[in-house]
Design a protein around this ligand. Structure first.
Ligand code: ATP
Length: 355
């Protein structure tokens, strides 16, 4: 029997509700299976850890995660701690430390979900956004000088490397190739940004030669937002820079009905390190501790994790259970206009898995 070691990092806010719920669902999935099992290890890193220790995670934290098969992450964010500390001190530390350079975000309108695009059927919206997750606008390069003086200056320098762009393009073309439509849109802004984005476009063209069966086009990021709303069916796989994809994927999540549904994976495609899976929503302190958190985004992240560790059939089983549950409006949480609580949704998914 293969035992998969899964690290659980609930983090802050509703992460502490949706990650334990995900563990319950994964345990239900593994129940009675003779081929595999899960061994979960939980880590209490995040805002409370920071209040006690002055850091979001221990200095040698990555070593504790290194031997894991995958990481399930909740969220990092705390109303009393600056955002740059919670983000750089935990989530980005793991993403960067383990060179999880491909951030992958599928978007679909699940059965039963009332999404805002009235002219769009669920079959017309089936995207995967690939976000460059290691450099670009969020490389952390820049600084401040003359702080507090009238001549104060601050820079955030977007940094793109040939290797970084090549590897994310290859990943995106390969992913597009694996999907039925074999269609890739390269999101750019090379009309206004004349250096890095022009290199981005050039490398896309170079890499495309390796994938002659993939149809691809280029779209400016601003035009892409309109295309997502007006012509969703013309998109399938998208690749974009760290900042552009950050914004586009929130739009995608909203168009699919709720932030509470959308999943993501931070992937090391070379599998040198564990990859990390998380719902895209944040800590949502406004609803914390009330049982209102929608755990579907977290469950769908588990589906991505199962695919990543090679349990494709189990991934399908869990996705079917999730879709059966979203199809029932009585099992919708408040963000979807329903009244169900986290625990009811979790129990319903477990029940579907038992059938
Ligand atoms: P952070 O600062 O950590 O990014 P945030 O609270 O600013 O967190 P999000 O958590 O991403 O931002 O979400 C914004 C709002 O959407 C929340 O305040 C909450 O009301 C709602 N929301 C987000 N995720 C969920 C969820 N899983 N279930 C229900 N509502 C959600």
């Amino acid at each position: 029997m293969k035992q998969f070691k899964i690290a659980c990092i609930p983090g802050d806010g509703i992460g502490q509700e949706v990650i334990p719920a995900s563990q319950v669902v994964l345990e239900a999935l593994a129940l009675g299976q003779s081929q595999f099992s899960f061994e979960f290890t939980s880590f209490d890193w995040g805002g409370d850890y920071y209040r006690q220790h002055g850091i979001m995670m221990p200095a040698d934290g990555l070593d504790a995660l290194r031997s894991m098969d995958a990481i399930l992450f909740g969220s990092a964010g705390d109303p009393n701690i600056p955002d740059h500390i919670t983000l750089w001190g935990l989530r980005l530390k793991i993403c960067q430390g383990f060179d999880q350079y491909a951030n992958v975000r599928p978007t679909r309108i699940l059965p039963g979900i009332d999404a805002p695009l009235k002219r769009c059927t669920p079959a017309q919206l089936n995207w995967v956004i690939v976000r460059e997750n290691s450099e670009g606008e969020y490389a952390g390069v820049g600084g401040r000088a003359h702080q507090g003086h009238p001549i104060e200056v601050a820079t955030d320098v977007s940094m793109m490397t040939r290797v970084g762009v090549q590897r994310i393009m290859r990943y995106a073309f390969k992913l597009a190739q694996s999907r039925p439509r074999k269609l890739l849109t390269v999101v750019t802004k090379s009309n206004a940004q004349r250096h890095a984005m022009v290199m981005w476009d050039e490398i896309a063209k170079e890499v495309s030669a390796e994938f002659p069966d993939v149809h691809w086009d280029k779209e400016l990021v601003d035009a892409c937002t309109a295309r997502m709303v007006n012509r969703p069916a013309t998109l399938d796989t998208l690749v974009a820079t760290n900042l552009h994809a950050d914004i586009l994927s929130d739009l995608a999540a909203a168009l699919a009905g709720s932030l509470g549904i959308a999943p993501t994976g931070n992937i090391d495609p070379e599998r040198r390190y564990p990859s990390m899976f998380e719902p895209i929503h944040g800590s949502a302190f406004d609803i914390m501790g009330k049982g209102l958190a929608n755990p579907i985004g977290s469950f769908w992240s588990c589906v991505m994790m199962l695919e990543h560790i090679g349990l494709d059939q189990q991934a399908q089983r869990l996705m079917q259970a999730i879709e059966a549950v979203t199809a029932n409006p009585k099992l919708h949480t408040r963000d979807l206009g329903g009244e169900a609580h986290t625990q009811q949704v979790t129990e319903a998914v477990c029940q579907m898995l038992r059938h």
